[in-house]
Write a protein that binds this ligand. Sequence first.
Ligand code: ADP
Ligand code: MG
Length: 140
Amino acid sequence: MAIERTLSILKPDATRRNLTGAINQRLEAAGLAIVAQRRLRLTRSMAEGFYAVHRERPFFGSLCEFMTSGPVVVQVLEGEGAVAHYREVMGATNPAEAADGTIRKDFAESIEANSTHGSDSVENAAIEIAYFFSEVDIVG
Ligand code: ADP
Ligand code: MG
């Protein structure tokens, strides 16, 4: 399998509960290297742009409100098959359906406040990484 990069976001429910380190420990233990990382507060327009694919969904407004409710940590993760691997390490979108030992099972508060974002394809990962990082910010 190829070395890939994926875009990760530690969401406001995670930063609010001081879970950045605990989640990062899971990532590194799973063999995902944090090759870029930045903490910021998303503006409404950044959140709406990032989640534009979901703009027709009923939860879009609430999701953008939540994503701007506190700081986030945006990260680039690198490793073997990192896109699919991180999706496995995160677990299902709804923590009630997430497998034991996954980040969302252990940390998520709800289907919306589910602690982490991970890109869903290599193509989207490249788009999402470019949304937050320049190539010079990423040190593998
Ligand atoms: P994932 O983050 O697992 O790729 P989606 O791309 O489907 O999930 O949704 C993006 C984000 O929108 C989710 O991580 C979650 O924060 C929120 N979300 C998804 N479905 C719902 C829902 N039914 N109700 C509220 N929020 C939702
Ligand atoms: Mg998604």
